[in-house]
Design a protein around this ligand. Structure first.
Ligand SMILES: NC(=O)c1ccc[n+]([C@@H]2O[C@H](COP(=O)([O-])OP(=O)(O)OC[C@H]3O[C@@H](n4cnc5c(N)ncnc54)[C@H](OP(=O)(O)O)[C@@H]3O)[C@@H](O)[C@H]2O)c1
Length: 341
């Protein structure tokens, strides 16, 4: 049984706790907050065995095997390295880190310690992505793709009122690209692989974070665009077009309805077989993958490489470059055992 501690006490930790409760092989041992009372309240609310409010105590504890990081993005890398140095597995909320170099360091430390470090990009463990992969084969040579995620955040009202909030704070790794664009980037690199070059454009909000943005990615014979926003509402249908047909995906974070529209005018609808109506139910798919990885039943080398590639694309989108070739990948140290190989 994997005894996991969750770091953070916001909504997403509650969703993680609910997934853990439904998943065999893992149990919620602790909830960690900087504030002892918040930790105690959250431990009761989420059904954890005990609260934690001392980072050093949590790292030293021998009743915790793994840590789920649902802290602000800028803290993930340092916390993950602490967790791995303490001999514990780590599941990092998306985006795993704010630079590719940081995540490479995390993966290197995990491999050296024979531990698992996995990015919790829940959408990619959704059964909808298996179906999307299968349907790609029917589209013919791929020419255009559009990956979109637009969801106005209630926290933008606080920004407009002059308050600082983590999700719009650049020093905390906030902004639309890290928060929502990450789903577009992961979908793109998972489905299409590494682009030759990318170029990004951002719409800054007060405080300097990107409230919305767009990107272009060039592949041989194919162009993909990415569109993400936390400050506007809009259509989040994504599409992938080949010369034979276009695949429409209703939502990258929770794909349910897929449609293939063929050049001969025919259409076919596909409903993804899901666990229920809950749009975050695929957190359970992700937790199950983490458990299987810790138990040594699945390799996560490809997941880690995809996360590194996604981080490289995000770094390039953020750089303001004019579409230069994608920088080469920082290399993962191969010292030490590779538990997940
Ligand atoms: N997968 C999904 O669907 C999904 C959805 C939402 C968020 N997320 C991810 O979850 C992570 C957390 O996002 P969020 O919006 O929940 O963040 P948040 O509310 O700003 O912070 C999360 C937790 O981190 C702690 N925290 C806040 N500020 C901190 C600081 N300055 N230093 C140390 N700890 C701090 C807080 O816990 P205490 O105050 O109790 O210590 C808080 O509950 C992000 O990586 C985000 O991308 C994922």
């Amino acid at each position: 049984m994997i005894r996991v501690a969750a770091v953070g006490t916001s909504m997403i930790t509650g969703r993680f706790a609910a997934a853990v409760a439904q998943c065999s092989g893992i149990t919620l041992q602790s909830v960690h907050s900087r504030d002892p009372q918040r930790a105690a309240d959250a431990a009761v609310r989420l059904g954890a065995v005990r609260p934690s409010s001392s980072w050093a105590e949590l790292l030293a504890s021998d009743d915790v095997d793994a840590v789920y990081l649902a802290s602000p993005n800028a803290l993930h890398a340092g916390q993950a390295l602490d967790v791995l140095a303490a001999g514990k597995h780590v599941l990092l909320e998306k985006p795993a880190c704010t630079t590719p170099e940081q995540f490479v360091q995390v993966v290197s430390a995990a491999r050296a310690g024979g531990l698992v470090a996995l990015e919790a990009i829940r959408s990619l463990y959704d059964p909808g992505y298996d179906l999307i992969h299968r349907l790609l084969d029917d589209l013919g040579p791929l020419r255009r793709a559009s990956f979109r995620f637009h969801q106005r955040s209630a926290r933008y009202d606080k920004v407009l009122a002059g308050e600082a909030v983590n999700v719009f704070d650049p020093s905390m790794g906030g902004g639309a690209l890290f928060d929502l664009g990450v789903y577009c980037v992961h979908a793109m690199v998972d489905l299409l692989g590494a682009p030759e070059s990318v170029q990004g454009f951002a719409v800054p909000v007060a405080g300097g974070a990107d409230g919305a943005g767009a990107g272009l990615a060039r592949y041989p014979g194919l162009v993909a665009d990415l569109s993400y926003s936390k400050i506007t509402v809009g259509d989040s249908t994504s599409s992938i077009s080949g010369e034979a047909a276009t695949l429409l995906i209703d939502h990258l974070g929770d794909p349910r309805q897929l449609r293939v529209e063929r050049v001969d005018g025919s259409r076919e609808e596909f409903t993804v077989d899901k666990r229920g109506e809950d749009p975050l139910a695929n957190m359970l798919d992700c937790v199950e993958h983490f458990v299987a990885a810790v138990e040594g039943q699945v390799s996560i080398t490809a997941d880690q490489e995809r996360s590194i590639l996604a981080a490289r694309v995000i770094a390039e989108l953020r750089s303001g470059s004019s579409g230069r070739p994608l920088a080469s990948a920082p290399s993962v140290s191969t010292n030490g055992p590779e538990r997940d190989a």
